[in-house]
Design a protein around this ligand. Structure first.
Ligand SMILES: NC(=O)c1ccc[n+]([C@@H]2O[C@H](COP(=O)([O-])OP(=O)(O)OC[C@H]3O[C@@H](n4cnc5c(N)ncnc54)[C@H](O)[C@@H]3O)[C@@H](O)[C@H]2O)c1
Ligand SMILES: [Zn+2]
Length: 350
């Protein structure tokens, strides 16, 4: 098992990564939630079928708190105010106090909504993330961004709220559908370009059961390094948006039928083409990044025209009134944030 401590102004949270550590959630949760008399485990319908009974059994073995659970229909469509309100109402009906806590057991959807419920129930209670998807393990469960979607846009309502702990059991990936695994790899390629180094090395040699723990650890560490310097995205946290300007626009154009990580991989491809065109990277570096994306067959292969995408770029929630912060690839392990007007961005990626 590997651990990382994420230190922010609001708290220190511990990230645990290891094989079969779902068996240790009782010990970890009660160490991190010493005052909790009640715990609500939030999960989705797919994850509930596979892991909920086991998780509850392990938590109950400690006999330190009453364990309750609530599950919602799996999928991004559930990251909404109704499901959020169901969680809050369940906690209120069960008379949860400020000492009690939530646990998210599932992918990024479950983590974001549970985190937001924790951030707002009684103005904030403790919570723990147990990510079960690759995307949630390397990205969504870390860093304290929580929220829900509304019809007008994804993640438009949210809060920064750090979990007490993140516990990732690499064995849970065995039941993750292949498409969801690829979805996580889209975000993983983002870390490979941002960091280079060992993340890139593992992806080049081949990600497998033997190196997945190291790999998730390296990606998580990469995110931790950035979040510790800039928790609320005032500056360098925006680096984590590499590929996301086009990625978000694609998701919106497709009415969210395209998965997030796949759209991000498309966005990275657009940025790597642009970097080559603008002579910011060498032909070699271009080929290296492109071959990584091809090796793992991430990206949708769908090509939306710039005219179709640009209106959605204007409306992205990351856009500022006078333009956007674009993450520009200057090489593997070398990315920079550049402020561009919408016209400049259009020119840059054309
Ligand atoms: N908070 C952040 O910093 C952050 C960062 C990146 C993404 N996100 C959010 O994360 C969400 C995407 O996360 P996701 O890709 O995990 O989606 P998800 O939570 O919908 O999970 C994907 C699918 O896999 C299933 N699943 C998850 N784990 C499983 C397992 N072990 N076995 C079988 N099935 C399993 C789920 O039921 C679901 O159908 C988006 O809403 C995105 O906005 C948040
Ligand atoms: Zn993302």
């Amino acid at each position: 098992m590997k651990t990382i401590t994420l230190k922010t102004e609001s708290k220190n949270s511990t990230i645990y990564i290891g094989k079969s550590i779902l068996n240790n959630i009782g010990d970890i949760c009660f160490e991190k939630l010493p005052k909790a008399k009640k715990i609500l485990v939030v999960t989705d319908s797919n994850v509930a079928k596979i892991y909920l009974e086991k998780a509850i059994k392990i938590l109950k073995e400690k006999d330190k708190a009453n364990i309750y659970s609530i599950s919602f229909e799996a999928g991004e469509k559930s990251k909404n105010l109704n499901v959020y309100s169901d969680i809050i109402k369940a906690a209120a009906m069960l008379q949860f106090t400020r000492d009690d806590a939530f646990i998210s057991l599932g992918g990024g959807v479950c983590g974001d909504i549970t985190g937001f419920a924790a951030a707002t129930y009684m103005r904030g209670i403790k919570y723990i993330q147990i990510p079960t998807s690759l995307l949630a393990a390397i990205d969504a469960s870390i860093g304290g961004k929580t929220g829900v979607d509304i019809k007008e846009g994804k993640n438009l309502i949210g809060a920064f709220w750090q979990p007490e702990a993140v516990i990732f059991d690499t064995e849970t990936l065995k039941t993750l559908p292949e498409m969801e695994y690829k979805n996580g790899l889209g975000e993983a390629i983002k870390y490979a370009i941002l960091d280079g180094g060992d993340i890139c090395k593992i992806l080049k040699t081949g990600l497998d059961e033997n190196n997945i723990e190291d790999f998730v650890y390296l990606c998580a560490q990469s995110k931790v390094n950035i979040v510790e310097k800039d928790e609320k995205e005032g500056s360098i946290r925006a680096l984590l948006n590499l590929g996301h300007t086009i990625g978000h626009a694609e998701e919106a154009v497709s009415e969210y039928s395209i998965q997030h990580g796949m759209a991000v991989a498309d966005g990275i491809l657009v940025m790597v083409h642009a970097a080559k065109k603008n002579k910011e990277i060498t032909e070699e570096e271009y080929k290296e990044i492109k071959s990584l994306i091809e090796k793992y067959d991430v990206g949708t292969g769908i090509n939306f025209s710039l005219d179709t995408l640009m209106p959605f770029v204007f409306h992205d929630k990351k856009a500022k009134n006078d333009g956007i912060n674009v993450v520009v690839i200057k090489g593997i392990g070398k990315c920079e944030i550049k402020k561009m007007s919408f016209e400049e961005f259009g020119e840059y990626i054309k």
